[in-house]
Design a protein around this ligand. Sequence first.
Ligand code: GCU
Length: 691
Amino acid sequence: MRYDLINNNQLLASYRNSVTSVHFPVGTPTLVAAKDELQTGLEGLLGRKILIQTNLSNASIVVGTVKSSNIIASLGMDQQLTKVGEEGFVILTTKKDQKNVIAIAANSDVGVLHGVFHFLRLLQTGQTIQNLSITSAPKIKYRLLDHWDNLNRSVERGYAGFSIWNWHTLPDYIDQRYIDYARANASIGINGAVVTNVNANATILTKEYLEKVAALANVFRTYGIKIYLTGRFSAPIEIGKLKTADPLNEDVKRWWKNKIDEIYTYIPDFGGFLIKANSEGQPGPQDYKRSHADGANMFAEALAPHGGIVMWRAFVYSNESPEDRLKQAYAEFKPLDGKFNDNVAVQVKNGPLDFQPREPFSPLFGAMTKTPLFMEYQLTQEYLGFSTHLVFMAPLFKEVLDADTYAKGKGSTVAQVIDGSLYGHSLSGMAGVANIGNDIDWTGHPFGQANWYTLGRLSWDHDLSSAQIANEWIRQTFGNDKGLVDTVAKMMLSSREAVVNYMTPLGLHHIMGYGHHYGPAPWFDKASRADWNPVYFHRADSIGIGFDRTSKGTNYLSQYAPELRKKYEDISTCPEDLLLWFHHVSWNHKMKSGRTLWEELCYKYYSGVDSVRRMQKEWNSLEKQVDKQRFQQIKMLLAIQEKEAVWWRNSCLLYFQTFSKMPIPPNYEKPDHTLEYYKNLNFPFAPGNGK
Ligand code: GCU
């Protein structure tokens, strides 16, 4: 949304020629917002004032719905408009009085807003606006940001400052940030925000706070964004003075029904609840020997008359169970398939563990046929270097979406599960745990914005490729110069594999620092629960390394379709990028490269660091093409990333070497510290604990 003047003179001249004046009648706040955006955008991009008016009969651009604009109504666009639903738009070059006009049309005001943003994107990314014929509708219905923001403004796993929600000054003070947040989201099609942490606080449901939430909802509404809250399961006890929160208890049900009715008096279009229950110490229905379905349905019944939904999280693993943690969500949720009310979706993290640099897709995506499943990604980089590492996540997201579950035969991709098409669900959703805070650049790292952007664009259209998304984002963020676009795209598109390589190559996982999750600690074994310890996950010993989840091990693999089971069960067909996720592999195992496992591990860790150094060189080559401030900022951040990549590489290899007893090949630079040095590093104030 920089809207910098277009610096290609030829293009600028041709845009100026096509965009002379705009017919745009506005009768609602959303249409006013769309018009203002178009005005700001065009004036910035074209460097001149553009006449935007209600009654221009000879404008070169006409904007609106059939209802809001008599010109749009007269253009006969019904056929295109039937394709774009409630939120989509049509952008069409057509004829009016024998003259070419560009029509930006939709069935709703919010559709018009989306169309306006898309039109601006065409100009920002240097595309032709001759002969346009675009129809666009979202493939996924609920496109959400989940904020893990606490009421005291700390952010759980937040690395971009404090929460942007200033609960103290709400509802009276409307920070411009709230408006800009809504604009940014609308520009990429995000239509919902869960504003509170999944580790929920019942206080948000009190009258005083609902007034504050309503003030935010009022801002968001104009931009087509609904507000959602997290529901603390024990709220009836904590703020309702009941003795129980049993979801089958009539008083409890009544309490929630009244509470939800009350919420709708403040926020008539309240979206619903996101709920974390019986997970990591959060209260839930199992406290009363009830199931997740009993809990979810209680909320669902109270929300249904208002059109609200429940997003019930599948991120559960029990304190007591000695079972492989990765198997537990499936074990709990699969038997409940078909038991949830119509307005309940189960929200599943992309992988079975917890947002690691690489995980296989969660087996739940191939297992629940009767329940709509929402995808939960994590934009905040809890396990990907916090906000100091440049990691473009589109390749990670796409890898999961494109994965084949084989649930209904070959070609049953996770994307088809998520968009509802595989089983004909009308509820469909994709959420990203937000990486936004009150840092001046919103995300701590300017490239963190690319992940926010990706969530929006992919939830609108999951067929977009990572390269397309990167290309769009770079052009809008840094400019359209081809050399610059190519160089930054190279950096972004290789960055995810780089982080995998310098942190957790070959299927390693969960070997980060305890609690704060900052940096490497594969040696850590002091956590109270086995499955919070890195040693539980890598299982290195004198023979080899990796977690046997085949039929000879925990048989986690049994939760996948037979086709996948077969492929992963056999060490010779198991993809090497997840080898240690599924197998305990001997140090001498021959890899496809001809190297032994130990040599391959060294190779991967070293190539991860090399990739970061390459990114640094690439960035340095752009000094003249990027403004000084952003150039310096990103240069400093890349230097931190390089330092930390070396830290990961050295400490992990030195530690694993105590088991393999094999040398780091002589052609590699030597670790510059001892293992003891790394083990003794301490980070009492690492950010993101959310306390
Ligand atoms: C991770 C994260 C927690 C978070 C949890 C969740 O475990 O470290 O801070 O609460 O995920 O997704 O609920």
